[in-house]
Design a protein around this ligand. Structure first.
Ligand SMILES: [Zn+2]
Length: 263
């Protein structure tokens, strides 16, 4: 069965959309991942896991969406960094467009660390915008969706991302370019300030690589993606069955309208 938006024909698309009512939007970035991984790492991983999950629990999967929050990587070759207003407007238009094709629910499935706070803000900002669909966001970086027991951490161009790209697109991985001494530890630590700055990640990893990429293997990547896809499929089942969030959304709009009309 075809579940990828770009592979579907009108008849099969309409049948799948009207039966399952859910579309996954995999989101990543175009961003430096050290010297050895491709720019599209996060979107490739998010899309590959979304496709695997939808093959277990059917729904439509949108093509990878590359334009995430990436201000922290603006100083690197390969980055596509939209300004914040355009970023929000494009994502908002995109989810509206997806919904307009017959979906009641949209799951934004994220593979990029820099999108975590951005997507939470985006989801929250939808509360006072009356639409006829419900938006969910899921994060592939860590628990509860990513539960694979990696030997090393890092979170970027590390053992985990390298392994998964080895499984998805092995021809794009160039381990011979990985010259940074491992383990790649944080260089500076701004957490002792006790407050947040936009440079916290850059301070730690100025080459946008962390951990021990040389511990990666295609086998680990394959296992991790399968395990994560099982977790995402379980989440898809819960989202499909969720009646609480859509009803709260409608209740919220009604109260919002009463406030606006002075009631
Ligand atoms: Zn990444």
């Amino acid at each position: 069965m075809q579940i990828r938006w770009e592979y579907l024909t009108p008849t099969d698309f309409k049948a799948l959309a009207s039966k399952e009512k859910l579309c996954i939007l995999p989101i990543g970035s175009l961003e430096r991942h050290g010297e050895h991984l491709p720019f599209g790492t996060d979107g490739l991983i998010a899309h590959a896991i979304a496709v695997r999950a939808a093959e277990k629990e059917p729904c439509v999967v949108f093509p990878p969406y590359w334009f995430g929050q990436l201000h922290e990587a603006a100083c690197f070759t390969g980055t596509i960094n939209f300004n914040q207003r355009l970023l929000l407007e494009m994502l908002e238009t995109l989810v509206d467009q997806i919904a307009a094709n017959g979906f009641e629910k949209i799951l934004v499935l994220n593979g990029h660390g820099g999108n975590i706070n951005f997507l939470q803000y985006f989801a929250m900002s939808q509360c006072d915008r009356e639409v006829d669909y419900t938006l969910y966001t899921g994060n592939l970086l860590g628990k509860p969706l990513n539960t694979f027991p990696w030997e090393s951490g890092g979170g970027h161009a590390d053992e985990s991302e390298t392994s998964m790209i080895m499984a998805i697109a092995p021809e794009t991985v160039r381990m011979e370019y990985q010259k940074f001494k491992e383990p790649i530890e944080p260089l500076h630590d701004t957490s002792s300030l006790g407050c947040y700055t936009g440079y916290w990640w850059y301070a730690m990893y100025p080459e946008h690589i962390a951990g021990c990429p040389s511990l990666a293997s295609r086998e680990k990547g394959e296992k991790a993606m399968e395990e994560t896809a099982v977790n995402v499929a379980e989440m898809i089942r819960k989202i499909k069955a969720d009646t609480l969030t859509p009803s709260l959304r409608k209740e919220f709009y009604e109260r919002l309208r009463r406030v606006k009309s002075g009631g």
